[in-house]
Design a protein around this ligand. Sequence first.
Ligand code: HEC
Ligand code: HEC
Ligand code: HEC
Ligand code: HEC
Ligand code: HEC
Ligand code: HEC
Length: 383
Amino acid sequence: MPKKDVDLKHVAQNVGHSSRATCGACHFNGGGGDAIKHADMSRQLLTPDRNCDIHMGGYDFDCAECHKTRNHQIAGKSSSVPVAEGVVSCEKCHSDTPHYSGGLLDHHLNDHSRTLACNVCHAPVFAKCKPTKTWWDWSKAGDKNREVKKDKYGQPDYNWKKGEFKWEESGVPDYTWYAGYMDRVLMGDKVDLNADVINLTNPVGSIHDPLSKITAFKIMKGIQAVDADHDYILVPHLFPKDKDDATAFWKHRDWEKAFQAGMKEVGLPYSGAYKWKETWMYWRVNHEVMPAEMALSCVQCHESLKGDQTCNRCHQDNRDIDFKAIAHKGTDFSYMKSMGRDVDHLIEKTDYINFKALGYKGDPIIHGGRFKKLPMGYKAPAD
Ligand code: HEC
Ligand code: HEC
Ligand code: HEC
Ligand code: HEC
Ligand code: HEC
Ligand code: HEC
């Protein structure tokens, strides 16, 4: 429904190929501003550095290079409410055995791809080129007198229209099992008011499912209102329709009126009682792939490879091969630090993946992986 002042003839005469700018006009602003909800998409992608996104920066990909489009059906499944016009996957272009450099890591890297989504290693931090919002507390909105402070990235901690915020730059993703499906809360769905957290999107997957992979997510956390009797998320009316609109929150800062009007608009009853609840939303990290030489190294996940014993825990030593160097080959967070990124705490980190939280007994090099028992009669020390 275009506005009346849009010249449709001019628009029709200017149809052409899409660009990062055309798709980004909407997608860089998800959540109401640059990089707010999508940690891995921002205006940085208009002219990205190679280190920000190897495909769009290093090789100048347009969005549609990956999001293949026919008859206006744009491939690519979102984390929230997909309309499913096809999927895009790294494997479609790279195959599921993408490592072929001829180096000594190829074998294990391809083997890992059965259990780890590519971006776990290839996009080890999200929002590395621009901070993203990770906490959004709507319950604090409405205070026009509150002093707005800037965080270390120069981002505001408050906006009277929207509430309280936290931001992260170069954040470590949350890792969880994912088989390509999400549990979702849609408008009007019952939620559990007694739960500490309501997951609006929740990845489905398990260590016991061979098709599930450990996958990287940014979790968008926040506080939102739930109808205390009907147990569903409330939809507030925020933005005034015109100057006479008397029910919009941004006009009068009265949640009660905003919920009445919002719920009327979406056609669901509002009981008149509401509660603020913590909500989480899982957003998969799909973009910002780093150059190959900046993928996670073996030691960043396997503490067991950090010491003097590395590959030679299982392989025979060979004086022509420096196992230690190979096990450390990968992301150089000290380089990122020198470029001004907030990654100090990641240098020397060896617990990128919390194996126990994911259902392993501990480091799989000691305790074995899910597909096979440990090789070569290696006996795990009793723990
Ligand atoms: C006019 C605004 C707008 C433009 C321009 C736009 N999109 Fe979207 N796109 C949306 C909205 C809104 C959604 C739904 C968001 C949601 O479900 O959270 C969406 C959803 C998507 C999805 C997920 C679809 C699914 O089934 O889950 C993909 C992928 C996508 N867009 C890619 C693109 C690409 C690539 C371009 C450029 C060729 C583009 N979009 C241009 C607004 C836009
Ligand atoms: C190198 C390939 C690649 C490029 C280039 C790319 N994407 Fe994607 N994008 C993906 C993959 C893979 C997914 C996951 C889709 C799926 O599972 O079907 C994805 C997912 C998405 C989603 C859904 C995100 C979510 O989780 O809700 C949107 C929206 C999207 N891309 C928009 C864009 C836009 C806009 C651009 C250009 C600025 C772009 N993409 C460029 C690979 C790419
Ligand atoms: C539309 C096809 C396509 C998709 C989808 C795609 N890539 Fe690529 N990718 C390429 C091409 C082409 C290159 C450049 C040539 C090469 O290195 O193979 C490349 C390069 C790379 C490189 C090497 C970069 C370097 O030069 O250091 C990595 C790593 C990579 N891709 C990972 C991924 C990951 C992870 C995904 C999914 C999030 C993905 N790719 C999705 C086509 C794709
Ligand atoms: C366990 C971590 C890990 C996983 C999982 C992983 N990669 Fe890699 N990848 C690496 C490392 C490390 C390198 C650099 C290898 C080297 O320098 O020998 C690399 C290199 C590459 C390259 C450059 C070509 C080459 O052979 O060096 C591409 C392309 C690539 N990966 C794509 C992918 C795709 C696509 C997936 C998912 C199917 C994936 N990777 C999964 C760590 C990983
Ligand atoms: C992102 C974290 C991560 C990185 C990086 C990583 N691994 Fe692993 N590794 C895992 C996980 C998870 C498993 C368990 C896989 C399974 O369940 O099959 C594993 C299992 C293993 C196993 C043995 C278990 C088995 O069942 O075979 C070996 C050996 C191993 N990794 C070596 C390496 C080497 C060598 C590298 C560097 C090329 C590396 N890993 C990089 C996470 C990682
Ligand atoms: C926990 C034991 C373990 C560790 C640690 C380990 N590997 Fe392996 N590796 C294996 C096993 C077992 C195989 C045989 C194939 C398989 O089962 O995956 C193998 C296979 C290989 C192969 C393929 C050999 C062939 O003939 O195709 C290469 C190359 C390799 N490993 C290199 C390395 C390097 C380099 C490291 C250190 C960065 C390393 N491995 C660490 C157990 C290990």
